[in-house]
Design a binder for this molecule. Structure first.
Ligand code: SAM
Ligand code: SF4
Length: 333
């Protein structure tokens, strides 16, 4: 699948739930969250059918996300089916990490069970090493669970573990160096992410937006000039650097300030309620659940995917004061 601007689509992010056990204030509104009713969520069979169709069209990489994907019941049986789909060569999951130590029926941790089910890479969100700040940001006192989850992921032997940190001025600026040390001591890839306007506007003001360039400067003050790593790509939008004098890779995801951000985009999103989104930062979404439930053939669904890809914008709309009407938690980050 290729769009009008030469983006070759090989990566599908699949959100399997809008629910979450945390309440990060950049991701969801503070008001009482109303979850989608069950019948409006794609069931696993429906989701797997759409992944199969995407794979037919050249998607090789799947990342399962949410909401918090690990709050959805029976996730392991779903995950196990994904690597069996012809064409899928890469399977990842994004999680807040808090449920990775949970014991599954087999007695393994959730982390080990995910690894055994075929997950190769895991992205875990961690914005701070400070318990109180963590509770402030996430609305939950689950810091220790998140840290234990990271250790469980390390023990489970994933091919790649990335820690994702959203940059927030006035909140976690002083956490950059401690997080780098934390990642270094565990040999994890750390990525700093610019906050995007996908939540309530009050959270995303000029006062709390911290651009990656500023974070990079603060890091370079401590460690010296970061060494760009042109050759290392994870199929994602991050730019990577080596921390000088040590064998450590860190990444920056600058959706807001990097003007070339969209050039190498290879991504499509499937929301948990069956909408295909060609771009996170655009209002465009297309309801594939409707034809799916109305009995559409594989051929028709393939055509649906191609039509969506054809409408993929050249770049996102965030810089034009775009305020989407859906929260990140509902789109699937
Ligand atoms: C929506 S979450 C879903 C998966 C999982 N619950 C988690 O927290 O990793 C995926 C990622 O999106 C990030 N995210 C959420 N809202 C964001 C925002 N407004 N700007 C930038 N990143 C955001 C989170 O920090 C997380 O790393
Ligand atoms: S970022 Fe992840 S953990 Fe935080 S509220 Fe959103 S879905 Fe939940």
């Amino acid at each position: 699948m290729e769009d009008q601007f030469g983006h070759r689509i090989s990566y599908l992010r699949v959100s399997i739930t809008d629910r979450c056990n945390e309440r990060c204030n950049y991701c969801m509104p503070r008001e009482l969250q109303e979850w989608l009713p069950r019948e409006e969520i794609l069931n696993y069979e429906e989701t797997l059918r759409l992944i199969r169709i995407a794979a037919d069209l050249g998607v090789t990489k799947i990342r399962v996300t949410g909401g918090e994907p690990l709050v959805r019941r029976d996730i392991l049986n779903f995950i196990r089916e994904i690597p069996k789909i012809p064409g899928i060569t890469s399977l990842g999951i994004s999680t807040n990490g808090t449920l990775l130590t949970h014991k599954t029926e087999s007695g393994q941790t959730m982390a080990s069970a995910l690894r055994a089910a075929g997950v190769q890479s895991i992205n875990i969100s961690l914005d701070t090493l400070d318990r109180h700040l963590y509770a402030q940001i996430t609305g939950r006192d689950f810091h220790q669970q998140a840290l234990d989850g990271i250790e469980a992921a390390i023990a489970a032997g994933f091919e790649q573990i990335k820690i994702n940190t959203v940059l927030m001025r006035g909140r976690n600026e002083d956490q950059l160096i401690p997080l780098i040390e934390f990642a270094a001591s565990r040999n994890l890839i750390l990525r700093f992410i610019e906050m995007m306007p996908v939540s309530t506007t009050e959270v995303l003001s000029d006062e709390n937006f911290l651009p990656i360039a500023e974070a990079k400067r603060a890091i370079e003050k401590q460690f010296g000039a970061l060494i760009p790593e042109q050759s290392f790509r994870t199929n994602g939008p991050a730019t990577y650097y080596q921390v000088p004098g040590r064998n450590q890779r860190i990444g920056f995801i600058g959706a807001m300030t990097n003007l070339h951000f969209c050039e190498s985009c290879n991504k499509l999103r499937l929301t948990c309620d069956g909408k295909l989104r060609p771009c996170l930062g655009s209002y465009l979404e297309f309801d594939i659940m409707k034809p799916l439930r109305a009995g559409a053939s594989d051929h028709a669904l393939r055509q649906f995917f191609l039509d969506v890809v054809d409408r993929k914008p050249e770049q996102h709309d965030f810089r034009n004061n775009y305020q989407p009407d859906r929260k990140m938690i509902a789109i699937g980050g």
